[in-house]
Design a protein around this ligand. Structure first.
Ligand code: S3P
Length: 431
């Protein structure tokens, strides 16, 4: 599906956000490991969390929506998973594959995890190495999926593991494997990545010399409970930047997840001059949430890098669009992880912003972007099959002169199924 977006003169409204993808995956997995019936309020139809749900069903959990739309999942406890009769298809979802591998490495049965073409090109040694060091029997094809997991010979052993990459997926994989290991597993995190897994499992955390040490005791049972999934901050990010860039705009985003390990974008945009007001802050289901009002503002260039990157990892494509419309030269560094996402995002952003007339220099770990003010020119761009590239280009299309056509734009459904409709609904007609 191609999507054409025209330059907009104003955005107004209160768009509906999808439920948070990261929290939804974890709620589905933890519900499958709990003994009894859990409820997940606001579980989304986005393709990635649906991949996780399909996999836990194949592993014996029962899941269906009740009459109020709540997803009800019946799990069989830590020892209640059943051997899957077929390979587990993780679709486009790295989170499904990496977190599920942590759970499956400790099972007394074998399994195979596979996914789409993009997922089969993403690095999986980052999870196979620690799982095998715990006594797992995880094999890859040239560092990639399909992942073949055999039952460990004599159960998993706990370990202390210092993460070599700042990745919430790797951290969560090892922590989930730790539930099935003998003893206490400790994950040491040099730069903080999103903390939903440790929050949802209520794991003890120690701060030692600037590092976070997260501890999980083997055999800790997961209680069946009601999870409430907030609005997805990373989905909101596209609309926040859109309303900032399009003149004469004011939008309100309600019930957005505001977990501090996810919201560094707000600081970055405020540093660039954005007009953002957060209100109605509260905690629901262990996660901070609130409302965000966004009004248009002129932006100045920004420098992002270092320890902030894991907190911004999914927002960098849209930060790049903001930078292309800001005054001055922006720098994004230390972001080499973007090369191993659903596509090589540094390459995809460079190609697309250049097509729109921006001056972009590509580095191994980032981008230098010459801001053009509101001078992008609409043209044809490509999603590269990546939902976040598609949506970032949708935002660029709202500010670029004329029309921008995003090829293969349907992949937005991976995390934000109603994105194009919501964007369209915000556009105020001239006059
Ligand atoms: C996610 C972690 C991030 C992020 C992804 C979701 C998660 O990946 O990019 O969209 O839910 O744990 P990494 O942890 O690999 O950086």
């Amino acid at each position: 599906m191609n999507q054409t977006v025209s330059q907009a003169s104003s955005l107004r409204g209160t768009p509906a956000l999808p439920a948070d993808k990261s929290i939804s995956h974890r709620a589905a997995l933890l519900s499958a490991l709990a003994d009894g019936r859990s409820r997940i309020r606001n579980f989304p139809d986005s393709a990635d969390p649906q991949s996780t749900l399909a996999c836990v069903r194949q592993l014996g959990a029962r899941a269906k929506r009740d009459e109020n739309g709540t997803m009800v999942v019946r799990g069989g406890g830590l020892e209640g998973l059943r051997p899957p009769s077929q390979p587990l298809d993780c679709g486009n979802s790295g989170t499904t594959m990496r977190l599920l591998a942590g759970i499956l490495a400790g099972q007394p049965f074998g399994s195979v995890l596979t996914g789409d073409e993009s997922l089969q090109q993403r690095p999986m040694d980052r999870i196979a190495d620690p799982l095998n060091a715990m006594g797992g029997r995880v094999s890859l094809v040239d560092g990639h999926a399909p992942i073949r997991i055999r039952a460990p010979e004599s159960g998993l052993r706990s370990m202390d593991y210092r993460l070599p990459v700042a990745s919430a997926q790797v951290k969560s994989c090892v922590l989930l494997a730790g539930l099935f290991a003998e003893g206490t597993t400790e994950v040491i995190e040099p730069a903080p990545a999103r903390d939903h897994t440790e929050r949802m499992l209520d794991l003890p955390i120690q701060e030692v010399g600037g590092d976070r040490h997260i501890l999980v005791e083997g055999g800790t049972s997961v209680e069946p409970q009601t999870w409430s999934v907030p609005g997805d901050f990373s989905g909101a990010a596209f609309l926040i930047v859109a309303a900032t860039l399009v003149p004469d705009s004011e939008i309100t985003l309600e019930n957005v997840g505001l977990n501090p390990s996810r919201t560094a974008l707000l600081d970055v945009l405020r540093g660039m001059g954005a007009d953002l007001t957060v209100s109605n802050e509260r905690v629901e289901g262990g996660e901070p949430i609130g409302d965000i009002v966004v009004r248009s503002a002129d932006l100045e260039a920004v420098e992002v890098g270092g320890r902030a990157i894991p907190n911004l990892i999914d927002e960098i494509p849209v930060i790049a669009v903001a930078a292309a419309c800001a005054e001055g030269t922006s720098e994004i560094r230390d972001a080499e992880e973007l090369r191993v996402k659903e596509t090589d995002r540094l390459h995809a952003i460079t190609e697309n912003l250049r097509a729109l007339g921006a001056e972009v220099e590509e580095h191994e770990d980032g981008l230098t972007i010459e801001g053009r003010g509101p001078n992008l020119l609409g043209t044809d761009v490509d999603s590269f099959g990546d939902h976040r590239i598609a949506m970032a280009m949708g935002v660029a299309g709202l500010v670029a002169h004329g029309e921008t056509t995003i090829h293969d734009a349907g992949c937005a459904r991976v995390s934000f199924p109603g994105f194009w409709e919501e964007l369209d609904g915000l556009i105020e007609e001239d006059g």
